[in-house]
Design a protein around this ligand. Structure first.
Ligand code: RIB
Length: 304
């Protein structure tokens, strides 16, 4: 079983000609509401691909909360332990440009109730889990509590350091898989993203006792570093992106699904590249995530 501890957001998506820079006002061409949140997105991506996933997080006692729970459940995510709290569900305000890229502001509201106390109350769930996925849209104290529980129950930790606010390097030390994008990694390492080289990444991985580092590179694919000096660049196919919201989350959910099935790491990376490649060609986060059949069809077309 995979436990996902994280955010559950209603995404308010604004399609714009171009994302505004500071001081600029632009007009939205279309406004839509889609289910999102990094935690929930990763849970949905994995469950839709066939993984056994349980979500720990909070939604508000409102209409958005009901829709968010429904979206998780329809994809097969177990939501029995998702807590309803007496505030508004969290929202994310997303500007999406014509090229499909975005800028996001999250209003955390219900996500703030994902506390260490709430996790402690549900800690028995970790006894049956093999993997735990974490991101950073919930309080940092909760993340620390989850990491401690994972170590107690021997659950492998997959850490997606996104968004990077309140970052403390100790959070990621000793995790089994660290999956940042290249901007997040360069910020963590205190370097410019264009100056990151493989040797720096391997040194960083060793110094911080990280099992495997998977750096996502957007439309280029990903790079995998492990603690036996192996570096592999896994390219991906170019896509006509309409909306990249949730692409990283789809990659993560798909990658963990394949790893949890004991697939080789290169297979997992290719599988995840394909899943996120399909996701960016459709609008919205959870609603655009692919099924197992779709990903396997493309995998077989490309690799068999
Ligand atoms: O990673 C994409 C997600 O980030 C969106 O769905 C939004 O809710 C924000 O959390």
């Amino acid at each position: 079983m995979i436990i996902v501890v994280g955010s559950i957001n209603m995404d308010v998506c604004l399609n714009v000609d171009k994302i505004p820079v500071p001081g600029e006002t632009v007009m939205a061409e279309k406004v839509s509401k889609n289910c999102g949140g990094k935690g929930a997105n990763q849970a949905v991506a994995a469950a839709r691909l066939g993984a056994d996933v349980i979500m720990l997080g909070c939604v508000g006692e409102d209409e958005n909360g009901d829709s968010l729970l429904q979206s998780l459940e329809m994809s097969g995510v177990k939501t029995e332990y998702v807590m309803k709290v007496p505030v508004a569900s969290s929202s994310a305000y997303i500007c999406i440009s014509k090229k499909g890229d975005n800028s996001i502001v999250v209003d955390s509201s219900a996500n703030r109730f994902v506390t260490a106390d709430y996790i402690e109350k549900n800690k028995f769930l970790f006894a049956d889990a093999k993997y735990c996925i974490l991101q950073m849209e919930i309080p940092v104290e909760t993340i620390k509590c989850v990491i401690k529980l994972c170590r107690t129950y021997n659950v492998k930790i997959i850490f997606n350091p996104s968004p990077l606010s309140e970052f403390d390097i100790r959070l990621i030390q000793g995790v089994d898989y660290l999956i940042p994008n290249e901007i997040e990694l360069s910020e963590i390492m205190g370097k410019k993203s264009d100056s990151l080289c493989d040797n720096d990444c391997i040194k960083f991985l060793k110094e911080n006792e990280i099992g495997t580092l998977v750096v996502t590179l957007g439309s280029l694919g990903c790079k995998i570093f492990d603690n036996v000096n192996k570096t592999v660049f896994i390219k991906t196919k170019e896509r006509e992106a309409v909306d990249t919201t949730g692409a990283g989350d789809t990659f993560l959910g798909a990658f963990v699904t394949a790893i949890s099935e004991r697939k080789p790491i290169e297979y997992a990376a290719n599988f995840a590249n394909i899943a996120s490649g399909i996701e960016v060609m459709r609008p919205g986060a959870q609603r655009s995530m692919p099924t197992r059949e779709e990903v396997e069809y493309e995998y077989n077309k490309n690799f068999n």
